[in-house]
Write a protein that binds this ligand. Sequence first.
Ligand code: PNS
Length: 167
Amino acid sequence: MSEIIAIYPGSFDPLTNGHVDIIQRGSRLFDRIVVGVLVNLEKSPLFTVPERVEIARGVFRGWTNVEVDTFDGLLVDYARSKRASVIVRGLRAISDFEFEMQMALMNRRLSPEVETVFMMPAEPYTYVSSRLVKEVVALGGSVTGLVPDVVEERLRQKKNARETMRA
Ligand code: PNS
């Protein structure tokens, strides 16, 4: 039987424990899961794509069926290039649903052979988003336990660097 490869696409700016939770679930369910970091030139990210890849590769070092990669262009084209038949997305709350449904149905129209699978993160992460994590850290709050330790450290370094620049 051929292996089932899944893509878990996203911005991961930064990677949160909600993402890690979904990747862990996906790594149990599928033969291989590829974390696809979107190269999106339009957004102004906090972490560069190479930084996000380096962080994720560090977090998933030793997870034998998890690969970290980048992509641009259409997600379904990337999925095809990786021989992936599944797109994994996390669903935290009803508020995620509308956009996720639009993406899943558009991707299905573009590539009917690729199935989108939604997974719910563990309850402690249902309110965690990269956007909120960045906001809390920028305003001096703690995100301990909501992101991997390395992400917390890198967020602190970014904040200190910005404050030094401003001083
Ligand atoms: O972490 P995000 O920002 O919610 O991830 C969004 C992502 C990367 C899944 C989405 O922007 C995407 O798939 N972009 C690739 C371009 C594409 O295929 N667009 C059409 C999808 S309907």
